[in-house]
Design a protein around this ligand. Structure first.
Ligand SMILES: Nc1ncnc2c1ncn2[C@@H]1O[C@H](COP(=O)(O)OP(=O)(O)OP(=O)(O)O)[C@@H](O)[C@H]1O
Ligand SMILES: [Mg+2]
Length: 449
């Protein structure tokens, strides 16, 4: 199955999103707050101007008159400073204007007596602007006071944008540091879970007494680990029961088989008895192999012994040579000169594996054929014969229990399964290949010590 994305990554992504959101919100809020403060301040300044100017504005029979004292008139002169003033009558006539030329000054409508403050683009420039109505003889005139933002006197907008830029540069590193700490803490929380899954990955059938360590596991994962350990316990029991059953069955069958053999010998004539012997031998061979396999199942091997591979191979050759000779086959040992080759292994188990391979080779070599047992660097045992070989398509089949190409004869089809199991328990590799001169070449590769 395709694994769901890592929880850790998802949490980190969520936190990243949250941090991005929070920092944007903080910066935006600071900006808006500052903006609102500036607006309040600006509005009160402009209102002061408008109210002062209003006092010098009056209406009589000739219409509106603006009589500014000279100092005020000088302050509102076009180009004098950042402030601009305009008076617009309700007929839309401009009585006075120091706004830049081309600025449209229509009489505003719907402005209450309190006036209206706004940001306004007027011509080329942006203005803070306040409009205040002035009543006289039932007529209305509008006092427009604006402050030009592009004037060098006005620094409030520069302060505003500068502040935001600075805030970004201060807030981002702080948030980044908090985020890194956050991730480190998160990873720490997950460490016991990772450790538990790594120890789970190391569990093998022959290391079953192993359990997941539950120390430091968070409460959310603890039930999973407990359930896993209980499952391991049941698995171990089932495996033990199965192994014991096979061993018991093999044992139980041995005695009746021995009785049968005696009965055959005593009740039948010699010629008929010999016919049964073959079958009885095959059965007891199968029982032996079965028992060996059952013993290996679920077993933790003691493989710490430094085994001399050269000595082991010569021992098997010596052991099997008479048997082979009786069948008109020869067995030879081949090995490089030099110091004896050693491997960490269980000697009796390795002997058993090699004996099975040699038995196979002797059986499959043609009459007069030759079996070679070779020790190769760094820690390999090779058995070669000049028989029919094992076809590539059969190389996984031969390892299966009870599989044999030819069902006639005394073989059980368990030998290579036993070998494979022993090699696996040693953490080694079993290779089935062609012998260069024809036949099979089977290699046990043990891990180098
Ligand atoms: N050296 C070999 N050359 C050709 N075929 C082989 C060789 N070794 C094994 N085989 C094939 O693989 C099958 C399985 O071998 P394995 O050793 O597992 O069982 P077996 O020899 O038939 O029985 P057992 O070893 O239990 O008495 C054999 O029956 C045979 O067909
Ligand atoms: Mg065999």
């Amino acid at each position: 199955v395709k694994p769901a994305p890592s929880i850790l990554n998802r949490i980190m992504l969520l936190h990243l999103g949250a941090f991005a959101g929070i920092s944007t919100a903080i910066i935006a809020a600071a900006f808006l707050l500052l903006h609102a403060t500036v607006d309040t301040f600006e509005e009160s300044v402009l209102r002061g101007h408008a109210q002062t100017v209003s006092q010098y504005l009056s209406h009589d029979q000739t219409g509106w008159t603006l009589a500014l004292p000279p100092d005020l008139a000088a302050a509102y002169r076009k180009g004098a400073g950042s402030f601009a003033l305009a008076i617009v009558s309700d007929e839309g006539r401009t009585l006075f204007s120091s706004f830049p030329d081309g600025t449209h000054l229509a009489a505003p409508h719907g402005v209450s007596a309190a006036g209206r403050y706004s940001h306004q683009r007027m011509g080329q420039s942006a203005f803070y602007r306040l409009v205040l109505p002035k009543q006289g003889d039932g007529h209305t005139a509008w006092v427009l006071v604006g402050q030009n933002l592009s004037s060098p006197d006005v620094i409030v907008d520069d302060v505003l944008s500068g502040f935001v830029a600075r805030l970004v540069w201060i807030a981002l590193p702080i948030l980044a540091v908090i985020f890194v700490i956050d991730i480190l803490l998160l990873r720490r929380q997950f460490r016991p879970v990772l450790a538990a899954s790594q120890s789970a990955a190391r569990i093998q059938p022959n290391s079953l007494p192993a359990r997941l360590s539950m120390t430091g596991l968070p409460r959310e994962v603890l039930p999973l680990a407990e359930a896993f350990n209980q499952a391991l316990e049941r698995l171990e029991q089932a495996l033990r029961a199965q192994r014991e059953f096979t061993a018991d069955a093999a044992h139980e069958l041995r005695t009746p088989l021995a009785i049968l053999r005696t009965a055959v010998d005593t009740t039948l004539d010699a010629q008929t008895a010999r016919r049964f012997h073959g079958d009885i031998d095959a059965m007891s061979h199968t029982l032996d192999q079965l028992l060996e396999l059952a013993e290996l199942e679920g077993e933790a091997l003691e493989t710490s012994e430094a085994v001399d591979l050269t000595a082991l191979a010569t021992e098997v050759v010596t052991l099997m040579a008479p048997l082979a000779l009786a069948q008109n086959r020869t067995i030879e040992f081949e090995g490089a000169d030099g110091p004896p080759m050693r491997a960490r292994a269980s000697r009796p188990m390795l002997l058993r594996a090699l004996r099975n391979l040699v038995e196979n080779a002797v059986r499959h070599a043609p009459p007069g054929g030759r079996v070679v047992v070779e020790v190769a660097a760094p820690a390999s045992l090779i058995v070669r014969d000049n028989g029919p070989g094992i076809a590539p398509s059969e190389r996984t089949l031969v390892l299966q229990r009870f599989w044999r190409k030819n069902r006639a004869g005394q073989n059980a089809g368990l030998g290579l399964a036993i070998v494979a199991k022993i090699v696996e328990l040693h953490g080694g590799r079993l290779d089935i290949a062609d012998n260069p001169g024809g036949g099979a070449a089977i290699t046990i590769r043990l891990p180098v010590t």
